[in-house]
Design a binder for this molecule. Structure first.
Ligand code: M6R
Length: 609
C-alpha cells in the first residue's frame, strides 16, 4: 500500500512530486507528505487526509526545490496522523525517507535503537529505517542504505534523501513496486508508471534487491553488495489521457464505459473466430504441456477471485480440466495438494496483491507451472510467474475494479479456449462459435451502455434500502457475488450474493417487502430454475430487480424491475451481465453521496496481507 514519488532535476520538484502523488492517491489516502532539500536544510510538509490538505499546507508555507520525495499513505503501523505521516527523518533531521511496505522486524530493531538512546516520534515501522540509515552514515548515503537494508526483513519501496548529499536520491525495492522514470537532465521515481506518464516514457522497473542512486543525469543500480546491475529501459506507450478522467465525473464511470475497448484490446491479435484460431503469444505451453496438466488452481482476491470462479466453468466445460478456485489468503495457509502437474493461475489487476503474490511463490516452490493474468505490466506478479497474459486495460484508478474484471474474464475465456483447442476437447465448429461470441461482446456492451438510463432509475429508486440480496446460478452465480461486492464497497450498504438454489436452505428467511433482490436471469441452461427461485422470493414480498436477456419478452409482465442486456451465449454472459451491476452500484453510491473512486477504509492495491 502507499504511493511514493521522487524527482531530481531542473523543474520545481514540489510540483512534479505533488502531481505524481495525485495519480497515486488510489494507493492510499490516509495522509500525505513531501520533503525537499534546499540551501543545505531539510524541509518537510505533512498533512492528514487527502492530498488536497497537503496542497493547502504547502500554499500556506510554500516550498520550492530541485530535489524532493513524497508519499501518500495507507496506514499499516500507527493510526492516520501527522506524526505517522511520511516522510520520516532521523533525530538529527539529516536523513529523510518515504516508504511503501512493512518492516517485519521493526519492533526488534526499534528496541535495539532505543537501548542506544534513540527517540522515536511516530508509531510507524518506517522510522526505524531512517534511524538506521543515519547510524550507518559514515561516507555515502548509498553505502548507509545498503548497510541498513541488510538488517531489514520485510517489504519496501524506499526513497531516501540526505541534506549532506543534496544532489541525489537513493531508492530501493524489495517486494513492493518501484519504477524509475528516465529523463534528460532529470530523473524520477514512483510506485507506478501512472505517476510519471506526463514526464517520462522511458522506465526502469527495479527488481527485488535493487538499490539505485539517482542524480539529475545519472542512474546507477546495484545490489546490496554493491555489484552493478544493468536493468533494461522500457518505453511505455500508455496514453497519458488514459490516466485522466476524460470528462467523466468519476474514474469508475469512465472505466465502466471503457470496457468495450478494453475487452477488445485484451482479445485483439489473440483470437481469429473465422479460422477457429487462438494465439496467445506470451504463453509458451505446447499441446503436450497442456495435455500434461492434471488440474488447475485459480487463486486471487476480491473481484479477481470472482473472475476465477467464472472461469472454473470455462476450464471444465471447454478444456475438460478439473479446476479449483481459491482465495489467495486461504490458499497460502491451507497446504493445498500441489505438484508439477498442477497449473496455478494467479489473477490480479495490480500484480502487487500481497496474498496473491505469496500464493504464486508457494505454487512455484511446489514445482507447479504458474501463469498470471495481470493488468500492470512489470508488476511483481507478472515478473515472477512463468507465463503472463496481460489484460491490456490500461490504468484502473477507481478503487472498485470494473474494466480489469471484464479484462480478466476475457483473458481467461481465451485461455480456456486455447487449451480446449490444444486438447481437442472442443470441435472446430464449437471453437469458432465461442470465439465469435466473444468477438461480439464489445459491440453488445457498447449498445447496452448507450441506453443504460434505466439502471440509473432503478438505483435512484432503491438507494435508500439497507440490505440487498443478489442471486445467480451456474456461471452467473459468481456475478451475483461480484454485484454484491460492488454495492458493499461503494455504498456501504449490506449486500449478500447467493446461489439462488441455496435460498431455501436458510437465506430466504431474510426476505421481506423491504428487501431488493437483484437476480441474474439471462437465457441459459438454468433459466427455468432461476425463474422459479425468483418467484419464490417474490412470493415472500421481495422487490425483484432482474437482469434479463433482451429477447425475453415474457419477463416484462411479471411486475419486476427489468434491466435488459443483449442476448449472448451463456458462457460469455458473465461479461455482459456484470455491466449493469457495476452501474447499479455506481449510481447508488452517487445517490448516497459516497466517495465513489476512493471508498472509505479501502485502497486500490493491497500490498500487505
Ligand atoms: O489488484 P488485484 O486484482 O490483485 O486486487 C484484488 C482485490 O483487492 C480487488 O479486486 C478488490 O476486491 C477490488 N476493490 C474490488 O472492486
Amino acid at each position: 500500500m502507499c504511493g511514493i514519488v521522487g524527482y531530481i532535476g531542473k523543474k520545481n520538484a514540489v510540483d512534479v512530486v505533488l502531481d505524481g502523488l495525485k495519480k497515486l492517491e488510489y494507493r492510499g489516502y490516509d495522509s500525505s507528505g513531501i520533503a525537499v532539500v534546499k540551501d543545505g536544510r531539510l524541509q518537510i510538509r505533512r498533512s492528514v487526509g487527502k492530498l488536497k490538505n497537503l496542497e493547502e499546507n504547502i500554499e500556506k508555507r510554500p516550498l520550492k526545490a530541485n530535489i524532493s520525495i513524497g508519499h501518500t499513505r495507507w496506514a499499516t503501523h500507527g493510526k492516520p496522523s501527522e506524526e505517522n505521516a511520511h516522510p520520516h527523518t532521523d533525530p538529527t533531521k539529516s536523513i529523510v525517507i518515504v516508504h511503501n511496505g512493512i518492516v517485519e522486524n521493526y519492533a526488534e530493531l526499534k528496541s535495539g535503537l532505543e537501548k542506544e538512546g534513540k527517540e522515536f516520534k511516530s508509531e510507524t515501522d518506517t522510522e526505524v529505517i531512517a534511524h538506521l540509515i543515519k547510524k550507518y552514515y559514515k561516507d555515502t548515503l548509498h553505502c548507509a542504505v545498503r548497510k541498513t537494508l541488510k538488517e531489514i526483513r520485510g517489504s519496501y519501496a524506499l526513497g531516501v534523501i540526505c541534506k549532506d548529499e543534496p544532489n541525489k536520491i537513493v531508492c530501493a525495492r524489495q517486494d513492493a513496486p518501484l519504477i524509475i522514470g528516465v529523463g534528460k537532465g532529470e530523473n524520477f521515481l514512483a510506485s507506478d508508471i501512472s505517476a510519471l506518464l506526463s514526464y517520462a516514457r522511458d522506465m526502469i522497473f527495479l527488481e527485488n534487491g535493487d538499490i539505485a542512486e539517482l542524480t539529475s543525469d545519472k542512474i546507477i543500480i546495484t545490489d546490496t553488495e554493491n555489484n552493478v546491475k544493468n536493468r533494461e529501459v522500457k518505453n511505455i506507450k500508455w496514453d497519458c489521457v488514459q490516466a485522466e478522467k476524460e470528462g467523466y465525473k468519476h474514474f469508475m464511470l469512465k472505466e465502466i464505459y471503457e470496457q468495450p475497448r478494453t475487452i477488445e484490446d485484451t482479445f485483439r491479435g489473440r483470437i481469429y473466430p473465422d479460422e477457429g484460431r487462438v494465439y496467445i503469444e506470451e504463453v509458451k505451453l505446447s499441446k503436450e504441456d497442456v495435455k500434461n496438466i492434471s488440474n488447475v488452481y485459480i487463486v486471487a482476491c476480491g473481484t479477481a477471485y470472482h473472475s476465477g470462479l467464472v472461469s472454473k466453468f470455462l476450464f471444465e466445460n471447454f478444456a475438460k480440466i478439473p479446476t479449483e478456485v481459491d482465495i489467495a489468503s486461504e490458499f497460502r495457509y491451507r497446504e493445498p495438494i500441489l505438484n508439477e502437474k498442477t497449473l496455478v493461475i494467479v489473477v490480479s489487476q495490480s500484480g502487487e496483491t500481497a496474498d496473491t503474490l505469496a500464493a504464486l511463490r508457494l505454487a512455484k516452490s511446489k514445482g507447479c507451472v504458474t501463469l498470471a493474468v495481470c493488468n500492470v505490466v512489470g508488476s511483481s506478479i507478472s515478473r515472477e510467474a512463468d507465463h503472463v497474459v496481460y489484460t491490456r486495460c490500461g490504468p484502473e484508478i477507481g478503487v472498485a475494479s470494473t474494466k480489469a474484471f471484464t479484462g480478466q474474464l476475457t483473458a481467461l475465456y481465451i485461455l480456456a479456449l486455447d487449451w480446449a483447442r490444444k486438447k481437442e476437447s472442443l470441435s472446430k465448429e464449437k471453437l469458432k462459435k465461442y470465439l465469435k461470441e466473444l468477438w461480439e461482446v464489445p459491440v453488445k456492451i457498447g449498445n447496452f451502455l448507450k441506453q443504460a438510463e434505466n439502471v440509473y432509475e432503478v438505483a435512484k429508486k432503491f438507494a435508500h434500502k439497507k440490505d440487498f440480496l443478489y442471486l445467480g446460478r451456474h456461471i452467473n452465480y459468481s456475478i451475483a457475488l461480484e454485484g454484491a461486492l460492488k454495492l458493499k464497497e461503494l455504498s456501504y450498504i449490506h449486500a449478500e450474493g447467493y446461489a439462488a438454489g441455496e435460498m431455501k436452505h436458510g437465506p430466504i428467511a431474510l426476505i421481506d417487502d423491504d428487501m431488493p433482490v437483484v437476480s441474474i436471469a439471462v437465457k441459459s441452461r438454468i433459466y427455468e430454475k432461476i425463474n422459479s427461485n425468483i418467484e419464490e422470493a417474490k412470493a415472500r414480498g421481495g422487490i425483484i430487480i432482474v437482469i434479463a436477456s433482451e429477447s425475453d419478452k415474457a419477463i416484462a409482465d411479471k411486475g419486476y424491475s427489468v434491466i435488459y442486456v443483449p442476448d449472448c451465449d451463456e458462457f460469455v454472459s458473465p461479461i455482459l451481465s456484470v455491466i449493469p451491476l457495476q452501474l447499479l452500484a455506481y449510481y447508488v453510491s452517487v445517490a448516497l453521496g459516497c466517495d465513489v473512486d476512493q471508498p472509505r477504509n479501502l485502497a486500490k492495491s493491497v500490498t500487505v496481507e
